[in-house]
Structure formats: structure tokens, C-alpha cells
Design a protein around this ligand. Structure first.
Ligand SMILES: CC(C)(COP(=O)(O)OP(=O)(O)OC[C@H]1O[C@@H](n2cnc3c(N)ncnc32)[C@H](O)[C@@H]1OP(=O)(O)O)[C@@H](O)C(=O)NCCC(=O)NCCS
Length: 155
């Protein structure tokens, strides 16, 4: 999938092994408890339910997102944009692409967890149509998670 935004050519592609060093660098800048290189490697190589995308400008990874597909149900596992490229619409673009892929695969519902204090992510998910479905107490050990989901037929 290729899109034009602000005169730049952006590419949304399935994440490949060659993207992993950049993805892990962004992951470390984005999460309190980042996934390791080997966890991403395992997702790409061995998890048949995993679906990960990278957003690239030429060869540079700007952001990425992923989910697990369980047929009628998908769960977003992570979504991050490199700090210098945030608030330019790339998070929405990645999440929109994941939702489209989930829909094409026949998913009816997509869910995720987000830290209760992560205001920017909560706003992004609400803007994209996710709604709070509950609180998972102590989910992150140090913090609660807001459990959110979206019914794709409502989009
Ligand atoms: C959450 C994240 C992916 C958003 O990416 P982004 O590219 O900056 O998001 P967008 O530019 O597409 O913004 C989309 C919407 O998100 C919300 N948003 C994004 N950044 C925000 C901020 N700093 N403050 C308030 N709202 C914000 C806004 O509603 C925005 O829509 P608007 O521009 O119309 O107001 C990014 O901040 C990030 O990588 N954070 C660290 C990792 C993370 O927390 N991931 C989510 C884990 S569940």
C-alpha cells in the first residue's frame, strides 16, 4: 500500500526481518517495558496469528504496529511512531491500515489495552472509534490498563 502525504512518499508494508533493528530502537524510545528484538523476531518467524506493518519513508522506519488475528477477533499488540515523527497523522495511518487488514480478514471486533495514563494513545484510539470496555487492574504491574475495542461493522 502506498500513500502520498505532504509531498513525501510513504510506504506501509508488512514488517520484515530487515526492519527489526529500527523497530526495536523505536520500541525502546516508546515503551516503559519495551519488547525485545527476539520477541519481535519470534512474532515474525513463528507466530502464525501475527500481522505487523511498518510505515516507511523511503527506507527509514517512521513507525510500526501489529496485531494478532484470531479470525473474527483481532487484538492490537503494539503501535508506535518514532518520537520525532509524532503528531503528523502517522499513528492514525498505521492504526487505520491495521483495522482495514483486520476487516479484510473477516474480523468483527478489534481490541487493545493501553496504559490508563497514556493520554495521547487514548485520544488516538477514541478518535479512531475505539471505546472503553473495562479496566484491567494492575495489568502492567505498575499501572492499570484501559481495555478498549471497536466493532468493525460500526465503522
Ligand atoms: C500513540 C502514538 C502511536 C500516536 O502516534 P502519532 O503519530 O503521534 O499520532 P497521530 O499524529 O496520528 O495523532 C492522532 C491523534 O492522536 C491524538 N494524539 C496524538 N498525540 C497526542 C498528544 N501528544 N497529545 C494529545 N493527543 C495526541 C490526537 O487525538 C490526534 O489527533 P489530532 O491530531 O486530530 O488531535 C505515539 O504517541 C507513540 O508512539 N507513543 C508511544 C507508544 C505508545 O504509547 N503506543 C500506544 C500503546 S497502547
Amino acid at each position: 500500500m502506498m500513500v502520498l502525504l505532504q509531498q513525501k512518499e510513504l510506504n506501509l508494508k508488512p514488517m520484515g526481518l530487515g526492519d527489526l533493528f529500527e523497530v526495536v530502537a523505536i520500541e525502546r524510545q516508546s515503551y516503559i517495558k519495551p519488547w525485545s528484538f527476539f520477541l519481535f523476531l519470534n512474532e515474525l518467524k513463528d507466530n502464525e496469528y501475527a500481522d505487523y506493518l511498518v510505515l516507511k519513508n523511503e527506507n527509514k522506519v517512521l513507525g510500526y504496529g501489529g496485531m494478532w488475528n484470531f479470525y473474527q477477533y483481532c487484538h492490537i499488540t503494539n503501535l508506535a511512531v518514532a518520537p520525532v515523527f509524532r503528531q503528523k497523522g502517522y499513528g492514525c495511518m498505521l492504526l487505520g491500515a491495521l483495522l482495514n487488514r483486520a476487516g479484510v480478514r473477516g474480523a468483527r471486533r478489534v481490541s487493545l489495552e493501553v496504559r490508563a495514563t497514556n493520554g495521547s494513545a487514548l485520544r488516538l484510539y477514541e478518535k479512531m472509534g475505539f471505546r472503553e470496555a473495562g479496566i484491567k487492574k494492575g495489568y502492567y504491574g505498575d499501572e492499570d490498563a484501559v481495555f478498549m475495542n471497536i466493532a468493525l461493522e460500526d465503522k
